[in-house]
Ligand binder design. Structure first.
Ligand SMILES: [Zn+2]
Ligand SMILES: [Zn+2]
Length: 255
C-alpha cells in the first residue's frame, strides 16, 4: 500500500539490520522502496540491494554534498542507468546550506545529471537546500521537465512547489512533514494536487514523529502518509494508493 520513494538502505544503521527492516516494512504494508545513490563508489552496494530483492529499486548519481567524489560523466551515468533495476538518476541538485564558496562545480554536476536523465529516459531525484532559485533556473535551462522526476524531501514553500510542478515534477514529503513546526511544508502538502505527491523516509535520517531520536527506516513512511491524510482530511488508504500509483507512473512507466 505504501512505497518509500527515497531511502539509503546501504548506510550504517540500516545495512546491518535488513531482515528486521524488511519485516517492519511488511508489518506496515510498505511494499517497495527506492534505494538512492549518493556517490559512485557505493553504487554497487545500492544496486546489489535492488538485484537481490524484487521490491527494491536503485538510482545512480552523485549527491551535491559529496565535493571530493570523482566527477561523474554523462556517459558513465547513462551506462550505469541502463540496468533494469536502476529507475532514476540522482540524487542530484544543489545544496548551498552544507557547502559554501565557489559552487560552480555543483551546478555543473547538476547539469550533467539532467543531461544523463534525458539521454537515459530515467527521471531525476532532485535535492535542493537553500538553493531553490538556482535549482529551478537550471532545471528550466536544461529542460529537465522533458524527463521529469521528483523534488525529494521537500522543505520549500508553496511558490517553489508550484514552480516545480509547472516544470513537470512531483513533490516528495519526508518525516519533516510530521514535525510540529513544519507549518510551511504542511501548507504545501495540503494544497498541491494529490497526483503530484510522493512519500519518503530519507532513512536513516529524518525520523518522523513519534519515533524522533531513533534510526529512521522505510516502515516509518507510514507516518508521513498519515500526516498527509490528516492535513487533507482524506483516508490513509487513499494517500497510500494514490502515492503508490504516482510512483509507478513516474518511475515504472505504469499507470
Ligand atoms: Zn537529499
Ligand atoms: Zn537522500
Amino acid at each position: 500500500m505504501f512505497i518509500d520513494s527515497h531511502c539509503h538502505l546501504n548506510f550504517p544503521g540500516l545495512a546491518e539490520n535488513l531482515d528486521e527492516i524488511f519485516a517492519n516494512m511488511r508489518a506496515n504494508e510498505v511494499t517497495h522502496a527506492l534505494c538512492v545513490s549518493v556517490e559512485l563508489a557505493s553504487f554497487p552496494q545500492v544496486l546489489e540491494l535492488a538485484e537481490r530483492h524484487d521490491n527494491l529499486y536503485a538510482s545512480v548519481g552523485v549527491h551535491p554534498d559529496y565535493e571530493l567524489e570523482t566527477e561523474p560523466t554523462q556517459a558513465e551515468l547513462v551506462r550505469l542507468a541502463q540496468h533494469p533495476k536502476v529507475i532514476a538518476i540522482g540524487e542530484t541538485g544543489l545544496d548551498y546550506f552544507r557547502l559554501t564558496g565557489d559552487l560552480d562545480w555543483q551546478r555543473e554536476r547538476f547539469r550533467t545529471h539532467i543531461r544523463a536523465a534525458k539521454e537515459s529516459g530515467k527521471p531525476l531525484i532532485i535535492h535542493t537546500r537553500s538553493a531553490a532559485a538556482d535549482t529551478l533556473r537550471i532545471m528550466a535551462e536544461e529542460d529537465a521537465g522533458s524527463i521529469g522526476g521528483v523534488m525529494h524531501c521537500f522543505t520549500e514553500n508553496l511558490e517553489v512547489a508550484h514552480a516545480a510542478i509547472e516544470l513537470g515534477f512531483h513533490i516528495s514529503f519526508s518525516g519533516i512533514l510530521t514535525f510540529k513546526n513544519a507549518t510551511i511544508i504542511k501548507e504545501v502538502a495540503q494544497s498541491i494536487p494529490l497526483d503530484k505527491i510522493l512519500i519518503e523516509t530519507d532513512s536513516p535520517y529524518l525520523t518522523p514523529t513519534p519515533h524522533r531520536g531513533k534510526t529512521n527506516q522505510p516502515a516509518f513512511v507510514k507516518y508521513v502518509a498519515e500526516e498527509i491524510a490528516r492535513l487533507r482530511n482524506i483516508t490513509l488508504e487513499e494517500v497510500g494508493i494514490t502515492t503508490s500509483q504516482n510512483f509507478s507512473r513516474l518511475f515504472l512507466k505504469r499507470s
